[in-house]
Design a protein around this ligand. Sequence first.
Ligand code: GUN
Length: 283
Amino acid sequence: MNIIDGKAVSKAVRTRVAQETAALKEKGVTPGLAVIIVGEDPASQVYVRNKEKACEEVGFYSEKFALPESTSQEELNALVKELNARRDINGILCQLPLPKHLDDKEVINLINPIKDVDAFHPVNVGAIMIGDYNFLPCTPAGVMELIHAAGVEVSGKKAVVIGRSNIVGKPMAMLLLHENATVEITHSKTQNLSEITADADILVAAIGKAKFVTSDMVKDGAVVIDVGMNRDENGKLCGDVDFEAVKDKCAYITPVPGGVGPMTISMLMQNTLTAAKIQNGLK
Ligand code: GUN
């Protein structure tokens, strides 16, 4: 069993982004990211703080818009429109989930697709489907980086994704398909799930249930990628995979924490750099 070190791979991506940013700055371009957060959700506040820190680390300009819980849809929409028009802002990210009275689809649809560094806008989702894209959503992109870093050959392999969210499961399946895996998407209504996962050469768990993937669900020598971020019965951070039970069965596994988690913000940095290049005619 080999543990894929997400911290190390994430650091390598950030170093590369920082180097490219330094070169871009010599041409007079500083990538700029706007991060919008509405309300007081503590988890979202931690994510946003980490995104700001990462921007500083790679040399980006970043601006945080912390709006009160009482913000109206019109006010939020007006901010997005203002950021769409700003030359110094290359990427716009609206931290989800939004408070209940706000419509995330409406906000996502308003972001100029060329500034949509989350790759949530339907134009970017469609581009991914076709395989002709500028941005990949951060979590699936991070998973592919980890698979590549481990030197795992994807072509011709059977890949199973557990979870079908728009942010992770669906685009994850598409990225694996682009690399010629034979992909199966499974979810809460899937029958005989264990039989399907036990046949997977590459298994990606993104269901949000603590230690859901048990040893009997994993094939000997499989590559197991854990996208989960849960708390176990003792309040300890854990993934969707029962790491201790599964680790000796697989060829490669990502830990939680220290696997997929550190990758997502690094991929956001990469997308923001790409956005800055495109918007300045440098790509
Ligand atoms: N909330 C949880 N994950 C994400 C993400 O990748 N992007 C945004 N904008 N919000 C999130």
